[in-house]
Design a protein around this ligand. Structure first.
Ligand code: GDP
Ligand code: MG
Length: 441
């Protein structure tokens, strides 16, 4: 007992030392997370130095939640490190832009070229693809296949071996055809590395791209800085795209790529398919780097929205990647119980804008009740499974009949489930903090 009292007294008189200890503990914890997320060691060290300068220990002594203050500072610092201070060149619809993609073989260039084209095409642009990779056998076939699937015009050759020539011919042709986004895919490998970078320099010089995009695989780890720098030294890289963010890698190499190229990340790739492509959003990205799941403030929201006694179980299920129909049902129940629905809803990822458009709360409420009636006609097995294959046509018909609804409505409800399951699946692997802990992020 005597020991603990004297310790307590010591703590009171040495508040600053205590705060410094909390700060260091916090920093160490986060350093570990960042290194695991492949953030370059030097950048982690810079971040630490900056944080120590920014966090005022006196403020900490006065503040109630020290960890929260420190974590918020670290979060902000990482966001800042991902912002090179100036936006990248943005093409304008209706005005011709040439965009050149560079990156090592396997980084996802060809896939990303198509995604980028498709993304803009959906918004009414006239994109076109040029295959200037003459090194890899099958490169043109791959681009051709992708382009055909997306109905995007393409240019390339099976016989011409000069990438510069193909690039120039392709760009010229599509300029004549008034395409407003001419995308040049390049090779990522050569017999010699120096030759690859010389080739990139030549293609760039000949096609005069408005923007060069460096494509980086999120799983390359600590190699990101050198890779990005090597490309930057031969061509004027102006933007970064990080691919394979659907995998295990957290993408900490993006910080290196931004530092090495002084360019922002503009998109991320989240799968092999054409539409698995998202505009880069810095806050969820940093949350993920820190091992926090994908939403900033998400844990706070969960604590606010989900009744306390149900939290541990729900969070456990979500962290296992099991977003079942029953979980959706239970969330619907919570939401209906909780009254002013719009307010609560806006807090849950995926539930807000699409399921519950603002100003249409009544309709949304009716829709949710309808969905729940249909789910009442489902079996326990169906409710507890996260395997949509269980839902055969005959089961869907039975559920429709059982609930007095149309087959189309059951399918709509299942689509809604799939949409939510996809969003919530990002919580898989979530570390479950206690209330208050880490919630600053
Ligand atoms: P390139 O050599 O740089 O042109 O790379 P490719 O576009 O050929 O992609 C290499 C491999 O990565 C292919 O199997 C792609 O399907 C895959 N890939 C590309 N982007 C993504 C992504 O965002 N997620 C996943 N899971 N795979 C991707
Ligand atoms: Mg390729």
């Amino acid at each position: 007992l005597g020991g603990s009292i004297s310790r307590a007294i010591q703590q009171m008189s040495n508040a600053t030392i205590i705060d410094e200890k909390v700060l260091n503990e916090c920093l160490n914890e986060i350093t570990r997370a960042l290194l695991q997320s492949d953030v370059q060691f030097k950048l982690v060290r810079d971040m630490q130095t900056n944080i120590k300068k920014i966090v005022n220990l006196d403020d900490l002594a006065a503040g109630h939640n020290k960890r929260r203050i420190i974590q918020q500072a670290i979060f902000n610092e990482l966001c800042k490190m991902l912002d090179p201070g100036k936006p990248s060149f943005t093409p304008k619809k209706g005005k011709t832009s040439v965009i050149m993609f560079v990156g090592l073989q396997g980084s996802g260039k060809t896939t990303t070229c198509t995604k980028y084209a498709y993304y803009h095409q959906k918004k009414g642009w006239k994109p076109a693809l040029v295959c200037a990779d003459t090194f890899r056998a099958g490169a043109f076939d791959q681009l051709k296949q992708n382009a055909t699937k997306a109905k995007i015009p393409f240019y390339g050759s099976y016989t011409e071996s000069d990438p510069v020539r193909i690039a120039v011919e392709g760009v010229d042709r599509f300029k004549k055809e008034n395409c407003d986004l001419i995308i040049v895919d390049t090779s990522g490998r050569h017999k010699q590395e120096a030759a690859l970078f010389e080739e990139m320099r030549q293609v760039s010089e000949a096609t005069k791209p408005d923007l060069v995009i460096f494509v980086m695989d999120s799983s390359i780890g600590q190699a990101a800085f050198d890779q990005a720098q090597a490309f930057k030294q031969s061509v004027a890289v102006g933007a970064v795209i990080v691919t394979k963010m659907d995998g295990h890698a957290k993408g900490g190499g993006a910080l290196s790529a931004v530092a090495a190229t002084k360019s922002p990340v503009i998109f991320i790739g989240t799968g092999e398919h054409m539409d698995e492509f998202e505009v880069f959003d810095v806050k969820p990205f940093v949350s993920r780097l820190l091992g926090m799941g994908d939403w900033s403030g998400f844990m706070d929201k969960i604590h606010e929205v989900v009744p306390m006694d149900q939290q541990p179980e729900l969070l456990q299920k979500l962290s296992e990647g099991n977003f079942t129909l029953r979980i959706m049902y239970e969330q619907f129940q919570n939401i209906l119980k909780m009254g002013p629905i719009g307010q609560v809803f806006s807090m849950l990822p995926g539930f807000s804008s699409e399921l519950m458009p603002k100003g249409r709360e009544k309709e949304s409420q009716a829709k949710i009740k309808r969905y729940m009636t249909m789910m009442d006609s489902m079996t326990n097995e169906e409710l507890d499974s996260s395997n949509p294959k269980l839902m055969t046509d005959s089961r869907i018909m039975r559920i429709a009949r059982g609930s007095g609804r149309q087959v189309g409505e059951v399918m709509e409800m299942l689509e809604e489930y799939k949409r939510l399951a996809k969003i919530w699946s990002k919580l898989k692997g979530l570390k479950i903090p206690k209330k208050g802990e880490m919630s600053a992020l």
